[in-house]
Write a protein that binds this ligand. Structure first.
Ligand code: UDP
Length: 243
């Protein structure tokens, strides 16, 4: 039986997390709200909640099918997905295949420079501090994760990169960078959590080089709704064709 939604646990910038009548499950509800620059810029993207739930469900299912353990259980309704309840590890893992965004400013690196192998960075998940860049030693010192847990997070992040770089390439998009979050189950297993959507990654159209992700919103490039829809349509066609 599908667990039933009970009360909201917390509301984030793009999702609301609900508890359920099952102690092992939560429900992620995807909102249309869009924020950038630590919520200094706010707006909405048409049907974003619906699109992101579809995209994240399809990608998490694909990752699960290819050996990445995630919190995804199943798609529930247009804006809701059923997930395993986790204790979120307060470390964001960013994987970069090319330079874009914060690294360009921080280290004066030319936008578009390739990283081979992919560059991995860690950020402390704290809205109050603006998610600062951290070193591995901070993670151990403050006991945010153990070395063993971090090893799983890094291995899984590299695996996600390998798998999704190929998927996006097949639909004419280059995966530039992305952010992942992880959490632990009651039995201490570390699973991929949160979401994988155009909100949390950069995708450049392989033909035109145009961004097809939240940078359109961040930089007021226009065509934001259309880009989210286009990515979702291309993914849907790809997954339907590969069934
Ligand atoms: N990212 C995210 N949430 C954050 C910070 C970053 O989803 O709180 C994603 C972002 O969309 C990009 C990647 O992580 O795909 C790297 O982001 P970056 O450090 O360049 O920061 P940004 O320029 O996005 O602020």
């Amino acid at each position: 039986m599908t667990p039933k939604k009970t009360t909201p646990i917390r509301e984030g910038k793009s999702k609301i997390l609900y508890s359920t009548d099952s102690p092992e499950h939560v429900i992620q509800f995807f909102k249309d709200d869009a924020t950038a620059f630590n919520a200094l810029k706010k707006g909405t993207i048409k049907n974003k909640g619906f699109i992101n739930n579809k995209v994240s469900s399809a990608l998490f299912q694909y990752l699960e099918n290819h050996g990445v353990k995630t919190h995804f259980v199943h798609y529930l309704s247009e804006r809701e997905m059923l997930c395993k309840k986790l204790e979120i590890i307060p470390v964001e893992v960013v994987v970069r295949n090319r330079a874009a965004g914060s690294i360009c400013k921080r280290l004066a690196i030319q936008k578009g420079q390739t990283f081979e192998p992919a560059l991995i960075e860690f950020f402390y998940k704290s809205d109050a501090l603006g998610d600062p860049l951290i070193a591995e030693s901070h993670i151990y010192h403050f006991k945010w994760a153990t070395p063993k847990e971090l090893e799983v997070m890094i291995t899984q992040s590299i695996r996600v990169n390998d798998l999704l770089k190929s998927v996006f390439s097949e639909i004419g998009l280059e995966l530039i960078d992305f952010k992942l979050e992880f959490g632990r189950e009651a039995n201490s297993n570390v699973l991929l959590a949160d979401e994988f959507t155009a909100d949390g990654c950069r995708l450049w159209d392989k033909k035109t080089g145009e961004p097809m992700d939240k940078d359109r919103f961040r930089q007021d490039l226009g065509g934001v709704d259309e880009a989210y829809l286009e990515v979702s349509k291309r993914l849907q066609n790809y997954f339907e064709a590969s069934l």
